[in-house]
Design a protein around this ligand. Structure first.
Ligand code: MN3
Length: 208
């Protein structure tokens, strides 16, 4: 992509959005998407390439960089940018203009085993998303064969906790402030009702 990173075996690239920037309106505006994807997500990818250029992690794919740098204070800038690059790519796929509604029967059954009802699962996701103090993420994960809701701070992610992520909601202020200002709960409710991509979660459930 540019000469500066020519020595990197892995040049990290900003993945294409799975839909146009205005596709999630009116729940998430094109303006939010333009900044969130085009500025924030892009900056994480660009910063990661700069941080690893010609150095220790330049020959590693994204997920390996994340697991190798997790919990190491002196590698925090690399971890933060790598994890945020990964988290955002996963978040875009966790949303869909045709989202909301109900999961596939296999996922629905697993959700009912863990939460009783889909509504209870959504409520727990909403609670995690609204009670995460400061910046972070709410996740639906598989942990020990059971579906659970977890929340993480800043760039942290289930991948480094031995959990398989199924979907995520970004609750950093940049995800909702232009559209909802301080009303994080309204953003979360709208996303869960109209945009959440249960098909993506089903696909992830089926993966090893
Ligand atoms: Mn974000």
């Amino acid at each position: 992509m540019n000469d500066k990173n020519a020595e990197n075996k892995y040049l990290h690239v900003l993945p294409a959005l799975p839909y146009p920037e205005n596709a999630l309106e009116p729940i998430i505006s094109a303006k939010t998407m333009s900044f969130h994807y085009g500025k924030h997500h892009k900056a994480y990818v660009d910063n990661l390439n700069k941080l690893v250029a010609g150095a220790e992690f330049s020959d590693m794919p994204l997920e390996k960089i994340i697991t190798e740098t997790a919990g190491k204070i002196d590698k925090a800038p690399i971890f933060n940018n790598a994890a945020q690059a990964w988290n955002h790519a996963f978040y875009w796929k966790s949303l869909s203009p045709k989202g909301g509604g109900k999961p596939s029967s296999a996922l629905h059954q697993k959700i009912e085993e863990s939460f009783g009802t889909l509504e209870a699962c959504k409520k727990e996701l909403a609670t995690a998303a609204t009670t995460q103090f400061g910046s972070g993420w709410a996740w639906l994960v598989v942990d020990g064969g059971k579906i659970k809701v977890v929340k993480t701070s800043n760039a942290d992610l289930p991948l480094v906790k031995g959990m398989k992520p199924l979907l995520t909601i970004d609750v950093w202020e940049h995800a909702y402030y232009l559209d909802y200002q301080n009303l994080r709960g309204d953003y979360v409710t709208a996303v869960l009702d109209k945009l959440i991509n249960w098909n993506f979660a089903s696909d992830n459930l089926g993966k090893q």
